[in-house]
Design a protein around this ligand. Structure first.
Ligand code: SR1
Length: 368
């Protein structure tokens, strides 16, 4: 069961609204209702722009290349929708390519964006060794660059993350509370993806700090059907390890796959899942009767896509942008979602405005 204040203490200081969302969504062992507070007066509410757009943006000819490693799955689809909405709002052309999991293809797409002299480039995920050479070329050509969830290797680029250590800390805080800090755990992880590697650092530290937690197996795959591949692996791992009582699956495709396996094996009363990310489909999985997926730590992916485009637009305009941008996550529990009757990400973000971060890479000429 979750101890509300235990979870709050566990997280790094967050902006006030992030804390409000956390407080409101965390399931509470004391039976206190986890209903949303009235939407706080938010910096997300529409405010008139304080300055006019730079002339460069007037004709709609600013071209921002979005060079993606992956595009399938709820997270990546929502992220793209947010990026496209922000591009429209800022009157820029977003030219989208995806490697569809093929790193060589992503590197080629990135080379092409540099050759095409894009006004700015956003690199969305990718492996450092495959994208850093072309990022160096972009920097040499003075093309502003934003790297989301990949180390750009160039200090001139803006590095955007979701605070992955905090994501893992929040999910593991819930796992620890529910398990009492001991028991067999199945871990889902694939090395090489920067956000998963950072979450893994937290997991490794968590195991050292909690010697009662035993990782009995590690599974994981990332491809165009991650959830079903993970479901197959999780079934085998659970059958081989009948003592497992928790699964740490810090990516929503991992968590969905794990949930499928647990349900199919009839273990939902015994095995609970602690994940990352949120989507409308995820909310459906978490809140359905008997679901084993009890907690997830997440940002709003559409909001993160918006932040990436805003940062790129600011760089095009010659504005100063922090070289390290981070969007804080919130802990979302099954109990909190059920109590608040939330069935979609739209409802979630309306009820909890802390999931929207208009002050991260704020564009002074845009309404926010
Ligand atoms: C394969 S990497 C998947 C992760 O990327 C983003 O950071 C999302 O949070 C997702 O969990």
């Amino acid at each position: 069961m979750h101890e509300l204040w235990d979870i709050v203490r566990r997280v790094k200081p967050a902006p006030l609204l992030g804390v409000v969302a956390l407080l409101a969504l965390a399931g509470c062992s004391q039976g206190a209702p986890a209903t949303p507070s009235a939407p706080a007066p938010s910096s997300a509410s529409a405010a008139a722009p304080s300055v006019s757009p730079p002339a460069t943006f007037a004709g709609g000819n600013v071209r921002i290349a979005l060079v993606r490693q992956l595009s399938s799955g709820d997270y990546f689809e929502q992220w793209l929708a947010g990026a496209q909405a922000e591009a429209k709002a800022l009157n820029v052309r977003l030219e989208v390519s995806s490697g569809d999991g093929n790193n060589d293809k992503q590197a080629l797409n990135l080379e092409q964006a540099v050759t095409a002299k894009s006004d700015a480039i956003i690199v969305d995920h990718g492996f450092a060794q495959t994208v850093q050479p072309a990022i160096k070329k972009a920097v040499a050509a003075e093309i502003p660059l934003v790297a989301f969830d990949v180390d750009p290797g160039s200090p001139q680029a803006v590095a955007l993350t979701q605070d992955d250590h905090q994501i893992a800390e929040q999910a593991l805080g819930a796992l620890k509370t529910d398990t009492g800090g001991s028991g067999e755990v199945l871990y889902v992880y694939v090395a090489g993806f920067a956000p998963l590697d950072r979450r893994d650092e937290t997991w490794e530290q968590f195991k050292k700090d909690n010697p009662g937690i035993k990782q009995v197996a590690q599974i994981g795959v990332v491809n165009s059907s991650t959830a079903s591949a993970v479901a197959d692996q999780a079934k085998a791992a659970l059958q081989a390890n009948p003592g497992v009582k928790a699964i740490f699956a810090p990516y929503d495709e991992f968590a969905k796959g794990a949930a499928l396996a647990v349900k199919e094996l009839g273990l939902a009363d015994k095995v609970k899942i602690y994940g990352a990310d949120i989507s409308t489909a995820d909310i459906g999985v978490m809140t359905e009767a008997g679901s084993p997926w009890v907690a997830t730590s997440a940002t709003d992916p559409a909001n993160v896509g918006r932040v990436a485009v805003r940062a790129a637009a600011l760089l095009v305009a010659g504005e100063n942008v922090d070289r390290a941008l981070s969007v804080p996550p919130s802990l979302i529990t099954q109990q909190g979602l059920r109590d608040a009757g939330i069935t979609s990400v739209e409802q979630l973000t309306r009820a909890f405005p802390g999931l929207t971060t208009p002050d991260v890479a704020r564009v002074p000429w845009a309404a926010s």
